[in-house]
Design a protein around this ligand. Structure first.
Ligand code: SF4
Ligand code: SF4
Length: 192
């Protein structure tokens, strides 16, 4: 199906919030605004831009899917970038958390720290990624833990990479092409 020479793009992974997650459930911790005599609750992800979010809010946006920590492969002939089922050596394939989040940028030099600017320019950020969705004005998906109230919905709906990947340390030279995979790009329906 694929041909040509393969190499890892200069930056083939990023990490935005795959440390211990802090879940903020609906109905708690939202900024509150006055609307006439009514008090209306607004979720921070609906009210704020990415630039306006606090560090805690930014981190809470991550759904812990682990898709961003999968290695990308670039066809050197066409420049096309493909997703693989190979995860970064620091990712725990079961918990989908970075095993050394505070030191990730020094431990894995091509790990990109996602921010409100590069989330708009890196083409291979998963379309399901909460940061990308917010940046594109789509809001959070129904299966996002901040909406569902349950961190397990990310796995239940099929977005999490939990248990479906292997470490880059186990891929032998010449076998990378065998790990190109479409499933990490799958998107659940917008509505249920
Ligand atoms: S170092 Fe690896 S596992 Fe950790 S955040 Fe970056 S890409 Fe993900
Ligand atoms: S792809 Fe998933 S794990 Fe990665 S930053 Fe986005 S929401 Fe978090």
């Amino acid at each position: 199906m694929f041909s040509g020479r393969w190499r890892k793009p200069e930056s083939s992974r990023f990490g935005a919030g795959t440390q211990e997650h802090r879940w903020i459930m609906i109905g708690t911790g939202f900024p509150q605004v006055q609307s006439g005599n009514e008090r209306q609750q607004l979720a921070f992800w609906d009210e704020k831009t990415l630039e306006e979010m606090t560090t805690a809010e930014w981190e809470a946006l991550c759904d812990g899917c682990g898709r961003c920590c999968l290695m990308k492969l670039e066809d050197e002939d066409t420049g096309e970038i493909y997703t693989s089922d190979v995860h970064c050596r620091l990712l725990d394939g079961e918990s989908c958390k970075c095993s050394d989040y505070p030191n990730r940028l020094s431990m894995v030099p091509d790990c990109i720290k996602l921010n409100s600017e590069n989330v708009r320019t890196i083409s291979w950020i998963p379309t399901t990624c909460a940061y990308r969705r917010i940046a594109e004005g789509k809001g959070l998906a129904w299966w996002h833990p901040l909406i569902s109230g349950d961190p397990e919905t990310v796995a239940a709906v099929g977005v999490s990479v939990r248990g479906r990947t292997i470490s880059e340390t186990k891929v032998k030279p010449g076998e990378w092409e065998d790990h190109v995979a479409d499933w990490p790009n799958w998107e659940p329906p917008e509505d249920i």
